[in-house]
Design a protein around this ligand. Structure first.
Ligand SMILES: *Cc1c(COP(=O)(O)O)cnc(C)c1O
Length: 481
């Protein structure tokens, strides 16, 4: 079942036309930089990062055709030609009638949440996403996780760990009443579960249940092309269909979508909200003017609208999406072969290290995943992301830390940006750290903790000297010299 088994690094369906120099750092430089950044790799200057796997959001390489589209962008304040191009691309590939640009995914979430959520509402979703849940809570809603239980188990090797548990959804509807559920919030693929897909069969069942209760379904479309690729590989009956057809089919089962074009669509910035209901579209257009800009640019320059439109067309090319997913699988296989615990099956955009299993000596209250991101940076200048208790934040009611079952470190692969030798370099560092894991027996404590989305700005201090000195014998000059 696992498509990554025995995977080889694919030959890319592009060649490199423009390069950006990156610089290896010394172990001393990294120690100083990490201390100055409060042991939060998110606060490091990017110049001091060698391989940046912090996110795949907006960090991909645009194609020559996207850059050409940038030059052709129409900067008219109203009715820009580039808007109509974007609108046509979303209608064609995603199939929604009303398209409202927003400067990125969370901006679309803000508009949507303000339109639909009132205090006391309940929003079920297949696992939370940080910004999505934040906007739901800011508008007085309560998020409910209705993903299948196996999604919380890093070792459950199932093809569709992003699926909804229909019993959980039905129970919630019975408990709070359909009238208190403004919509079901579905992600494809599920980022926080390790980039796990949802099946079309499951989505159809959710559609049927919600239709009976008159509840809309809103899709988080950031990585729906990757989801479509997994459906083609894994779901019976879909192998012969194109990724583009599967994408349309997925969206057809939903009433609208919020989109971060910084993911599947290869743009450095951009997003949109799209819906079928004309009344909701009108409401959203009225709000987008307040928070983003006029409804035909929504906080984006005309050139960015054009780059997103071009990126959408490129994203559904099968050679492109295959290379993307297989590069991730290649890195995962190299790491897993050495016995390093990772989330199974491997997702579409990242390899997730199981930090709780990687560093069993570090207690959950000392943030093993955050600790591992620090160790990775100290070892070789690689920047990864914490996806565990720090990202999960505190319960808004009790104020207690939330300890999700998954305590993960995400190695997120930017699209079209790094080569096989970069992947090998990352694998070597992770394997080296794993061999030295006994040396790390304590983690971190907060020295500063913001109230919302704390993982971005928080600062820490190490509870023992091991993180200050870094791993034993770190390579002095790293990377190809
Ligand atoms: C990135 C992302 C968002 C938010 O989009 P931004 O463009 O970063 O604001 C929402 N949902 C998912 C699943 C994402 O990956």
């Amino acid at each position: 079942m696992d498509p990554s088994a025995g995977v080889r690094h694919p030959a890319e369906p592009w060649r490199i036309k423009s390069v950006e120099p990156i610089r290896p750092t010394s172990a001393d430089e990294r120690r100083g930089a990490l201390a100055a950044a409060g042991y939060n790799v998110g606060l490091l200057p990017a110049e001091l990062v060698y391989i940046d796997l912090y996110t795949d959001s907006g960090t991909g390489a645009m194609s020559d055709r996207q850059w050409a589209a940038v030059m052709l962008g129409d900067e008219s304040y109203s009715g820009s030609r580039s808007f109509y191009r974007l609108e046509a691309a979303v209608r064609e590939y995603y199939g929604y009638e009303h398209v409202i640009p927003a400067h990125q995914g969370r901006a679309a979430e803000n508009i949507l949440s303000r339109c639909l959520i009132r205090p006391g509402h309940h929003i079920p979703g297949n696992m939370y996403f940080t910004t999505t849940r934040e906007h739901q809570e800011l508008n007085g809603g309560t998020f409910h996780d209705i993903i299948v239980d196996e999604a919380h188990d890093p070792e459950a090797d199932l093809p569709f760990k992003g699926n909804v548990d229909l019993t959980k959804l039905e129970r919630l509807i019975d408990k709070v009443g359909a009238g208190q559920i403004p919509y079901v919030s579905l992600a494809a693929t599920v980022n926080m579960a390790g980039g796990q897909p949802i099946s079309l069969a499951n989505l159809a069942e959710v559609r049927e249940l919600t239709r009976r209760h008159g509840i809309p379904v809103i899709l988080d479309a950031a990585r729906t092309v990757e989801n479509a690729w997994f459906i083609k590989q894994r779901e019976p009956g879909w192998a012969e269909r194109t990724v583009s057809e599967i994408l349309r089919e997925t969206c057809a089962l939903t009433d609208g979508a919020t989109m971060s074009a910084k993911k599947d669509s290869f743009a450095n910035i951009g997003g949109w909200l799209a819906v079928r209901d004309s009344h909701l579209a009108e409401q959203a257009r009225n709000l987008v003017v307040v928070y983003e800009g006029l409804h035909t640019y929504g906080g984006m320059a005309g050139r960015d609208l054009a780059a997103v439109a071009q990126g959408i067309e490129e994203s559904v090319r099968e050679d492109s999406i295959r290379t993307r997913v297989q590069q991730v699988a290649y890195l995962a296989e190299r790491i897993a072969e050495a016995g390093v615990p990772i989330v199974r099956p491997v997702g579409g955009h990242a390899v997730f290290l199981d930090a709780a299993a990687f560093l069993p000596g570090v207690p959950r209250e000392q943030f093993p995943a955050q600790t591992l991101t620090c160790a990775l940076y100290l070892d070789a200048g690689i920047r990864a992301t914490e996806r565990g208790a720090v990202s999960a934040g505190r319960d808004p009611v009790t104020g207690e830390n939330r300890y999700p079952r998954l305590e993960l470190v995400r190695l997120t692969i930017p699209r079209r940006a790094y080569t096989q030798s970069h992947m090998d370099f990352v694998a070597d560092s992770v394997i080296r750290l794993y061999a030295q894991r006994e040396d790390l027996r304590s983690g971190l404590e907060f020295t500063y903790e913001p109230e919302t989305l704390r993982f971005f700005q928080s600062r820490f201090q190490p509870l023992s000297a091991s993180l200050r000195t870094g791993p034993q014998d770190p390579p002095d000059a790293i990377g190809p010299t």
